[in-house]
Design a protein around this ligand. Structure first.
Ligand code: SAH
Ligand code: SF4
Ligand code: F3S
Length: 434
């Protein structure tokens, strides 16, 4: 038998890329590749890329530049670009960076084995189709080996919302849901392999329609799997947060009290220009209903500052919305003009204004995050333990609210879920006692 070849994958962007990277590694296992976490050892390097903001996309080219010496030292080394930059830029990547052997989009990576073989014959290989067939069916069975207690599971891909700033509808295509029976099968397999918590993924996951009762129906079916203790889902659009899903938050014990519900802006004028199709007040009323259903729910959000046309008054509305919601966690971004999206053509906000707004918003959100985390001190939360901590005898896990919790303990295993009393709140994590 020949020596196993080594595969190094570097993942950028969202959790869907994390899931895809796992599936790509599995697809290449059939070609004799085993994973490595050092690029210098690899026979093949794949960059699984993100196109959401200009900085994210540019990272790919600087990383490729850094790989040049490796390729020079080992001419057989294959270098591939996957993910959303691959989809958006296709063959241009090879033109700009000739050391790239293969380019594969997020909807065609089930064809990686063929592409790898073609690249092995010294030819360039490119596939950025949106094939009719479901790549997940083509990928075949997943391995049976034991794995860590948390897993991502993509149930929905693409998006039809066409927010004026966003590349996702172009890089990931229109909205497609996987059939519920396939998802349930994959979930059961994951649980057999040691998974205790599954996060359902989709660019617009609550638009999921692979189950007759939507995402709420899928969650209720998943909750019946013995051995699966926690269910989460991300990312949701406010307009698809229907009554059934809100009721699931009230009734399904395994559904964790944490919801990522991006609003992007608190100004109706900006929301309209963004094509978000809801007002700030719609969002606030939705938040109220969700909190009535699940009073302890922790909310998280995404915000864009400096969207074209955003004035000081618009930005003040965003601050006002953040004040009234009170987030446990939120992510803030400076608007980045993306080629091909409607907002790219509009008059842009000056960079220094964006910087200032970003700092102001981050300071406010930082205070809210801090307060939410500090409020855990003295409470007992349930922690799913994931791995040993940096210090000897320490285990780290996540609470229901996704806070990282460190516990000094012996006799706790990966995958255990135990009540932990929180004793202190540090910069990025909580400390607790069993
Ligand atoms: N499907 C998710 C978001 C996917 S992108 C949703 O609808 O919420 C993740 C986040 O990146 C978005 O919520 C948005 O805040 C940010 N983002 C997307 N495009 C952007 C752009 N052009 N500039 C800056 N931030 C952007
Ligand atoms: Fe992008 Fe999300 Fe809007 Fe879809 S809903 S276009 S993924 S920001
Ligand atoms: Fe980025 Fe593509 Fe995800 S653009 S955020 S990797 S869907």
């Amino acid at each position: 038998m020949s020596e196993p070849k080594k595969l190094f994958i570097k993942t950028y962007g969202c959790q869907m890329n994390v899931y895809d990277s796992e599936r790509m590694a599995e697809a290449l296992a059939g070609q004799g590749y085993i994973p490595t976490d050092t690029a210098a050892d690899a026979d093949m390097i794949l960059l699984n890329t993100c196109h959401i903001r200009e900085k994210a996309a540019e990272k790919v080219y600087s990383e490729l530049g850094r790989l040049r010496p490796l390729k020079e030292a080992k001419p057989d080394l294959k270098i591939g670009v996957a993910g959303c930059v691959a989809q958006a830029e296709g063959a241009e990547i090879m033109a700009r960076q000739p050391l790239v052997d293969l380019v594969v989009g997020p909807q065609s990576y089930h064809r990686l084995p063929e592409l790898e073989a073609r690249a092995g014959r010294g030819r360039k290989a490119l596939d950025t189709d949106f094939p009719e067939d479901d790549k997940f069916d083509r990928l075949g069975a997943r391995p049976k080996s034991q794995r860590g207690p948390t897993a991502f599971l993509t149930v929905q891909e693409g998006c039809d919302k066409f927010c004026a700033f966003c590349v996702v509808p172009y890089t990931r295509g229109i909205e497609v849901s996987r059939a519920a029976d396939r998802v349930l099968l994959e979930a059961r397999d994951l649980v057999e392999r040691g998974v205790r918590e599954i996060t359902l993924l989709g660019q617009n996951v609550n638009a999921y329609h692979g189950h007759e009762a939507g995402l709420a129906g899928l969650i209720r079916d998943l909750a019946r799997i013995d051995g699966l203790h926690r269910i989460r889902f991300t990312t949701s659009h406010p307009n698809d947060m229907d009554d059934a899903l809100i009721a699931a938050h009230a009734e399904v014990e395994k559904l964790m009290p944490y919801l990522h519900l991006p609003v992007q802006s608190g100004s109706d004028r900006v929301l309209k220009a963004m094509n978000r199709k809801h007002t700030a007040d719609d969002y606030l009323r939705l938040v109220t209903r969700i909190r009535e259903a699940r009073p302890d729910i922790m909310l998280s959000g995404d915000f864009i500052v400096g969207f074209p046309g955003e004035t000081d008054a618009d930005f003040a509305d965003t601050l006002g919305l953040v004040e009234s919601v009170g987030y446990g966690q939120a992510y803030t971004f400076k608007y980045s003009s993306r080629p091909g999206t409607p907002a790219a053509e509009r008059v842009q906000v000056a960079e220094d204004v964006k910087d200032e707004r970003l700092q102001t918003l981050q300071a406010l959100i930082g205070r809210q995050q801090r307060a939410a985390q500090d409020a855990m001190v003295g409470r007992t939360v349930r922690v799913l333990f994931e791995k040993p901590g940096r210090m000897a005898g320490q285990m780290v896990g996540k609470s229901e609210y996704l806070h990282a919790v460190h516990v000094q303990t012996t006799g706790v295993e990966r995958g255990d879920i135990l009540p932990v009393r929180i004793v202190s709140s540090n910069s990025n994590s909580l400390k607790g006692e069993i």
